[in-house]
Design a protein around this ligand. Structure first.
Ligand code: ATP
Length: 272
């Protein structure tokens, strides 16, 4: 990634195949994000205006960021990433300036995806901006800057805004009006089938013993996020090495030990 005055532009290398499960969701994102960029002519021919914004919501660690990167990569679009919390914490005026500068860069580098992580902190519901009155103003100013930039996207084709949040209800209703975040997608935690795929992805480059049954691991990891499962695979490898630095594969009992040393990050109440 190249850093330009606080704005990170990345050429994303993540592909749809690096994301386990979420088949329908990937399809929806392909159509909403990849198609309008790749098939500009077809959209023009039929007079379809693509969505300007897509809001991804769901529990942490379940691939919202990775999905945004995969969409950018598949569309061969430049990827600009901003964190809402980071914008919010800047000195007065700096957050808005960074926001405007990012859109400016995205226009120059179009087609582009602008990705906002922790979007709820960029656009806190008005009147719910926290304890001090000063912070409410920062939130409102960021929000109105973002709205202005998004409304301007009509003219600048080839930019799609993706936002991620764990708290969709904290997002201001103004962002949900037509022409802004038109598409709202829930990114659920993985089910057993999804966990199996995620485990396959994260063990792709590992040497596994013949007794490893990833389906069984998937069954025993209810409430594990994708990020947790990635951690589990790494830990199983570490267990094998701690046991024997000259080990040549990671076996079932290594996964068992790793599984029992880790806790899932989700609780039932976090699942919508
Ligand atoms: P947060 O809300 O905390 O930002 P997120 O939903 O954006 O989380 P990511 O940052 O995309 O989640 O995921 C964290 C890591 O977990 C990724 O780097 C990825 O390796 C792994 N991961 C999560 N979900 C999946 C998945 N479905 N398939 C493969 N890997 C996954």
């Amino acid at each position: 990634p190249s850093m330009t005055r606080g704005i990170t532009k990345e050429v994303s290398k993540v592909s749809w195949d690096d994301i386990g499960g979420l088949k329908d969701l990937k399809k929806k994102l392909q159509q909403a994000v990849e198609w309008p960029i790749k098939h500009v002519d077809a959209f023009a021919r039929l007079g379809i205006s693509p969505v300007r914004g897509v809001l991804l919501h769901g529990p942490p660690g379940c691939s919202k960021t990775t999905l945004a990167k995969a969409a950018a990569n598949a569309a061969q679009a430049s990827f600009f990433s901003l964190s809402g919390a980071e914008l919010y914490s800047k000195y007065v005026g700096e957050g808005e300036a960074l926001l405007r500068r990012t859109f400016q860069k995205a226009r120059l580098a179009a087609p582009s995806i602008v990705f906002f992580d922790e979007a709820d902190s960029i656009a806190p519901k008005r009147g719910h901006g926290g304890s001090s009155g000063g912070n409410v103003t920062v939130g409102e100013r960021l929000l109105s800057t973002l709205l202005t930039e998004m409304d301007g996207l009509e003219l600048a084709t080839g930019i799609i805004v993706l936002a991620a949040t764990n708290r969709p209800h904290a997002i201001d209703a103004a962002l949900m009006r037509p022409g802004r975040f038109d598409l709202v997608l829930y990114v659920p935690p993985p089910d057993a089938e999804g966990r199996h795929e995620i485990l396959r992805i994260h063990t792709r480059h590992m040497k596994l013993g013949e007794d490893v049954d990833l389906r069984e691991v998937a069954e025993s990891t209810d409430l594990f996020t994708g990020a947790d499962l990635e951690g589990l695979c790494r830990e199983a490898g570490m267990v094998a090495l701690r046991e024997d630095m000259s080990a040549d594969s990671v076996c079932n009992h290594h996964f068992q030990i790793a599984r029992h040393s880790l806790r899932p990050s989700l609780t039932k109440s976090m699942i919508e």
